[in-house]
Ligand binder design. Structure first.
Ligand code: 2P0
Length: 311
């Protein structure tokens, strides 16, 4: 049996849309922070038949089944059991597929001696899920062309950061990210400008991080997030992932910014609000978000390490 753990990541420069689906090549570069505390832990063992157990329950997961079929086209794998657990709410916009696939790829490589080097691991993680290779690294990671192999980002110039996650719904989302991305590409008039402007956002974010400039990173991250949601909203049928509480949290964050707090927000394909702030104001940001009607839970996290095989 081999076991690996990985942490979810939150994109500051967003990935939405694919250039190519067979190898899951993103249409845009992306950059993320890796969380601490939240963990996906995945065990892989040879077995009599294939099975997938997610959070203690036998599951049918087409993303995992499709991924195993792709791996088996290149490598001999026996029937196997995958047992994966998350210590955080799944399918609620907290990217469990990213940490799950990062851990799965490491565990498969360890258990069946697949001989994957770092590049192959990043390649296979991306084939599993476009955001997964970013969870291979901490505290920040990026994925961009032309190779689309994820790499760590040097964040040593940045102040100590925290991520405050406000949970505003525990309902499973109805449109998967893969389906949503395909719909945006084929129906939104904003897809082309989204792709055309992504590289500039990526460069601005990398410059801000290299210079340790929180305010510049905040500006580009909020812009990337809002452009992604404009793209989602302009998809037919419209992809609307926010609820009224998400919007109330965004308003509260704007007020905190006006009060001088170093904080900015991002929202993914779900209604949870992620506030990125300097670590010294995390308590104040959490208290403000907790006071909002409709906020169910608030988690205060730091930035975490990359994925690893564990004994
Ligand atoms: C991100 N998201 O950059 C963006 C922001 C959601 C919104 O990556 O189809 O599950 O497996 O490549 O990685 C979620 O999409 O999509 C995602 P696939 P994935 O974090």
């Amino acid at each position: 049996m081999s076991r690996a753990i990985a942490h979810p990541n939150i994109a500051l420069v967003k990935y939405w849309g694919k250039a190519e689906t067979a190898s899951n090549i993103p249409a845009v570069p992306s950059l993320s922070v890796t969380l601490d505390t939240f963990i996906s832990e995945t065990e892989v063992t040879a077995a009599k038949t294939d099975s997938v157990v997610l959070d203690g329950r036998v599951a049918t997961d087409s993303k995992i089944t499709d991924f195993l079929a792709t791996v088996r086209a290149k490598h001999e794998l026996p029937p196997l059991r995958i047992d994966s657990r998350n210590n955080f709410p799944t399918a609620a916009g907290l990217a469990s597929s990213a940490s799950g696939f990062a851990a799965l790829v490491l565990a498969l490589n360890a258990e069946f001696d697949l001989g994957w080097d770092d590049v192959a691991i990043a390649d296979w993680a991306r084939i599993g899920s476009g955001s997964a290779p970013r969870s291979l690294f901490g505290p920040m990671a990026q994925i961009n062309g032309p190779d689309w192999i994820a790499k760590p980002v040097d964040a040593t110039a940045m102040p100590e950061l925290a991520v405050v996650v406000a949970i505003t719904s525990k309902t499973r989302k109805t449109t998967s990210s893969s389906a949503g991305m395909a719909a945006s590409k084929s129906t939104s008039p904003y897809f082309e400008p989204w792709v055309a402007t992504a590289e500039a956002d990526m460069n601005a974010a990398r410059q801000a991080i290299a210079a340790g400039n929180f305010d510049a990173l905040a500006t580009v991250a909020e812009h990337s997030c809002m452009k992604m949601h404009a793209l989602m909203l302009s998809t037919r049928p419209s992809l609307r992932y926010w609820n009224p509480t998400t919007l109330a949290c965004l308003d509260a964050a704007s007020e905190m910014q006006q009060d001088g707090l170093r904080v900015f927000c991002t929202v993914d394909a779900g209604p949870q609000l992620k506030a990125i702030c300097t670590e010294d104001v995390a308590g104040a940001v959490a208290a403000r978000l907790e006071s909002i009607d409709g906020v169910l839970d608030v988690h205060v996290l730091g930035l975490g390490p990359g994925a690893r095989v564990v004994a």
